[in-house]
Design a binder for this molecule. Structure first.
Ligand SMILES: Cc1cc2nc3c(=O)[nH]c(=O)nc-3n(C[C@H](O)[C@H](O)[C@H](O)COP(=O)(O)O)c2cc1C
Length: 400
C-alpha cells in the first residue's frame, strides 16, 4: 500500500536522527516516493547528503531557497505529501507545531499541510514528561495529529526511561496503516493460515511445506483495512501480524474447532491454510521403536474433516474464500472445488511454477468466482495479492 505514495519525512535535531536514514531506506524498498525536510539542528546530527542519497531527492532545509525555484516550496511540499512523518520529533518542534509557530521550512510545511501528520517523539524522559510538552502533545492529538508513543529503554543521555523513538520498521508499518483506506470497518474476518501437524507419536508428526506467509499477509492487510481479524494459525516460524485475535493450533481438528467458534459471527472466512487431509489412525503414546526391518510396512491414516467444505455447507450470508495449491490443471480443479465446497471465491496456484507456492514471498495465482470467471494474476508479492483478494471480497460484501 506504500507503493507510489508520496511521503515527506521531517527530521529534527535529536540524536535519533541517525535512524531516520533507515526509515527512508525502508520506505523506498516498499515503492514509496520520499522527500526529506531537515531542520538546521538536524543537520548537526546527520548530513543532508545522507538523505539526498537515500531518497534520490534534493533535501530541503532553508525557507528561502525557494527564491531559486518558481514555486513556493513550503506549499508545494505540503501539497505533494500524502502523509508527513516527523521522526525524530523534538520537544522544540512539538511545541512549535502545537502553538502555530512556523519559523523554519518544516514547521511552515506542517502549517500549510492538509494531509495526515504523524509525529514520532524522541527525547529525554524529563523532557517528555515536562508539563508544557505533555500539554502540547495533548493539544496536537485533539487536533487529529498522530503523536506516537515512545519506548522505555536506556537513552542516549544514559538515563533509563521513556523517550526512545519507535524503531524504523515500526514507524514504516504505522505510516502504511495510516495511509490504508479503512474499507472493512465493522467486518469480522477469520483467516486460517499455515500447515497443521498430525502427531504419530510423542516425537514424530505428519505435516506439509506451508509457511503461513499468504494467510498472515491477508490477516495483516485486512486488519489495516479496518476489519476485526481472527487469525487461526498452524505452527509457523514467521512473526504474526498485528490482529485482534490470534489463535495458535496444531492439528486439522484443532483448526476446525477454532473456526467453529468464530464462524457464526463472521462476515468472511478465508481458508488460506494447508490443513492436512489425513492423520494417523492411531496415536502411539510411546515412541514407536525401530523394528530392525528394512521397511515400515504400514502407517494407517484416516481422512480429516474438510473444513472449507463443512463450513461451505453451513454458511448463511458469510463469504468463504478457499485456496487450492495444485501441481497441474489448477483451473479445472479450482472450478470443481469452488462448486463442491460452496465457496464464493477460490484462489488457485500451480506449486510447480517458479515464484508461486509455499515458502515463497511471491505468488502467481488465478482467482475464480462463482460465475466461473477466471482472473489470472502475474507474479506479485503476497502482500499485494492479499489486497487483490480483499478488493474482491470488498465488492462481494457491498453487493450482499
Ligand atoms: C547532543 C544533543 C542531543 C539532543 N537530543 C535531543 C532529543 O533527543 N530530543 C529533543 O527533543 N531535543 C534534543 N536536543 C535538543 C534539540 O537539538 C534542540 O531543542 C533544538 O533546538 C531542536 O531544534 P529543531 O526542533 O528545530 O530540530 C539535543 C541537543 C543536543 C546538543
Amino acid at each position: 500500500m506504500l507503493k507510489d505514495k508520496n511521503i515527506l519525512l521531517g527530521v529534527t535535531g535529536g540524536i535519533a536522527a541517525y535512524k531516520s536514514a533507515s526509515i527512508v531506506s525502508l520506505l523506498k524498498k516498499q515503492g514509496a516516493n520520499v522527500k526529506v525536510v531537515m531542520t538546521k539542528a538536524a543537520c548537526e546530527f546527520v548530513t543532508p547528503l545522507t538523505f539526498q542519497t537515500m531518497s534520490n531527492n534534493e533535501v530541503h532545509i532553508e525557507m528561502f531557497d525557494q527564491l531559486m525555484n518558481m514555486d513556493v516550496e513550503h506549499v508545494s511540499l505540503a501539497k505533494w505529501a500524502d502523509v508527513i512523518l516527523v521522526a525524530p520529533c523534538t520537544a522544540n518542534t512539538i511545541g512549535k507545531i502545537a502553538n502555530g509557530i512556523c519559523d523554519n521550512l518544516l514547521t511552515t510545511v506542517l502549517m500549510a499541510s492538509r494531509s495526515k501528520v504523524i509525529l514520532a517523539p524522541a527525547m529525554n524522559t524529563y523532557m517528555l514528561n515536562n508539563t508544557n510538552n505533555q500539554e502540547n502533545i495533548k493539544k496536537l492529538k485533539n487536533q487529529g495529529v498522530v503523536v506516537l508513543d515512545t519506548q522505555r529503554d536506556l537513552l542516549a543521555c544514559n538515563d533509563i526511561g521513556e523517550g526512545k523513538m519507535l524503531e524504523p520498521e515500526e514507524l514504516v508499518k504505522i505510516v502504511d496503516f495510516e495511509l490504508t483506506e479503512k474499507d472493512l470497518i465493522g467486518k469480522r474476518v477469520v483467516v486460517t493460515s499455515g500447515p497443521t501437524i498430525e502427531e504419530i507419536d510423542p516425537v514424530r508428526y505428519l505435516t506439509n511445506h506451508s509457511s503461513g506467509k499468504m494467510g498472515y499477509a491477508i490477516a495483516g492487510e485486512a486488519k489495516k483495512r479496518g476489519a476485526f481479524v481472527t487469525l487461526i494459525s498452524g505452527p509457523t516460524s514467521i512473526e504474526p501480524p498485528f490482529v485482534d485475535e490470534f489463535i495458535r493450533i496444531k492439528s486439522t481438528q484443532d483448526m476446525y474447532n477454532a473456526v467453529e467458534e468464530s464462524f457464526d459471527n463472521c462476515d468472511v472466512l478465508i481458508k488460506a491454510a494447508a490443513p492436512a487431509d489425513y492423520s494417523p489412525k492411531y496415536y502411539s503414546d510411546e515412541k514407536i521403536k525401530k523394528t530392525g526391518e528394512s521397511n515400515l510396512n504400514c502407517l494407517e491414516l484416516k481422512q480429516n474433516i474438510d473444513i472449507a467444505k463443512h463450513f461451505g455447507s453451513l454458511k448463511k450470508d458469510q463469504i468463504i474464500v478457499g485456496f487450492a495449491a495444485e501441481s497441474s490443471d489448477e483451473i479445472k480443479y479450482g472450478k470443481s472445488k469452488l462448486k463442491s465446497k460452496n465457496l464464493d471465491l477460490i484462489v488457485v496456484n500451480n506449486i510447480k511454477q517458479k515464484g508461486a507456492g509455499f515458502k515463497s514471498d511471491t505468488n502467481i495465482v488465478s482467482i475464480i468466482d462463482k460465475d466461473e470467471n477466471v482472473e489470472s494474476l502475474g507474479t506479485m508479492s503476497k502482500k499485494d495479492l492479499a489486497n487483490e483478494i480483499l478488493n474482491k471480497i470488498g465488492k462481494l460484501l457491498k453487493a450482499r
